[in-house]
Design a binder for this molecule. Structure first.
Ligand code: AMP
Ligand code: MN
Ligand code: MN
Ligand code: MN
Length: 286
């Protein structure tokens, strides 16, 4: 049996629906053996997740998904194997969360102009002042009947062409890689096919990432087509990056996305986990 590895997931400490304990239980039920919890710009869930992971016998990797700006575009960099107590990393994440709050306030102002009121007040009440994401705002818009579902809330209001889109000013790519490395982790480009970049732009970004000391790229996530998977595998090979896999799980019941589901790596790439002690220990058992 191949090992089931899932290195990208969210809890309710960012925009996921489950508590860390529920997330670990679900991952365990789905047969995941190595799981990374990678909340947006937040590591608060790791402690609870670890306690539960030890209880059920699952290997938890300390992770985070950092919001990064590169050439004015938002990209996401996952840190795997980080020390959540590293103070430089925590200071960096704190700044990103503050930008999240500034951006949410601007989005609320734009929504106000569309006749949608109290977004800011409601969000503050519900999520508090921490990793407030567009997912929280989208859920509010659906709840209040301004959109039929999350997809429509993004399309109408929150996505790049939406009426209330605000471009965030996130951490610099170079800094994200540096902070992850200094916290003992490996940096991975999250869901590269989602950035709507040309192949040339994407390769330019990957090149910069590699030069800064980036380690890997997600070659497989839940929603990739076989064609996209092959394209990302070829980028991994070309730039000598390790391959990562992650469902980017947020909520139970979202179509095609499940913990550990269909995350097999193309044979020509090398899994980023293959040198990890967690992996070697599991191999030894088999
Ligand atoms: P943020 O980091 O606050 O800009 O929010 C980005 C998050 O919104 C992503 O991590 C996804 O979870 C979610 N998201 C982005 N686009 C969509 C979409 N079209 N439909 C549903 N969720 C989305
Ligand atoms: Mn998210
Ligand atoms: Mn992401
Ligand atoms: Mn994610």
């Amino acid at each position: 049996m191949p090992l089931v590895v899932d290195l990208h997931s969210h809890s309710y400490y960012s925009d996921g629906g489950l508590s860390p304990v529920e997330l670990i239980n679900r991952a365990h039920e789905k047969g995941v053996q190595i799981l990374a919890l990678t909340d947006h710009d937040e590591t608060k869930g790791l402690h609870e997740a670890r306690t539960q992971a030890e209880l059920v016998g699952l290997d938890l990797i300390n992770g985070v998904e950092i919001s990064v700006s590169w050439n004015g575009k938002t990209i996401h960099i996952v840190g795997l194997g980080i020390d959540p107590n590293n103070s430089e990393l925590q200071q960096g994440l704190q700044l990103v969360r503050e930008e999240r709050i500034r951006r949410a306030r601007k989005i609320a102002q734009k929504l106000h102009k569309c006749g949608i009121e109290n977004v800011w007040e409601e969000i503050v009440e519900k999520v508090g002042f921490e990793a407030v994401t567009r997912t929280h705002i989208a859920a509010y818009l659906v709840e209040k009947g301004h959109a039929r579902d999350m997809q429509q809330a993004f399309k109408r209001f929150l996505a790049r062409k939406g009426k209330a889109f605000v471009n965030g000013h996130w951490m610099a790519l170079e800094k994200s890689v540096k902070l992850i490395r200094e916290a003992g982790g490996q940096a991975v480009i999250a869901h590269p096919v989602r950035y709507r970049m040309s192949r040339m732009k994407l390769e330019e970004m990957v090149q910069a990432f590699k030069e800064y000391g980036g380690a890997g790229i997600e070659v497989v996530t839940s929603r990739y087509s076989p064609h996209e998977k092959a394209a990302m595998a070829s980028i991994a090979r070309r730039f000598n990056l390790l391959a990562s896999v992650g469902s980017d799980f947020h909520f139970p019941g979202s179509p095609f996305v499940e913990l550990g589901h269909r995350l097999d790596l193309p044979t020509e790439t090398r899994g980023i986990w293959e040198e990890w002690p967690e992996y070697k220990a599991l191999q030894a058992v088999v």
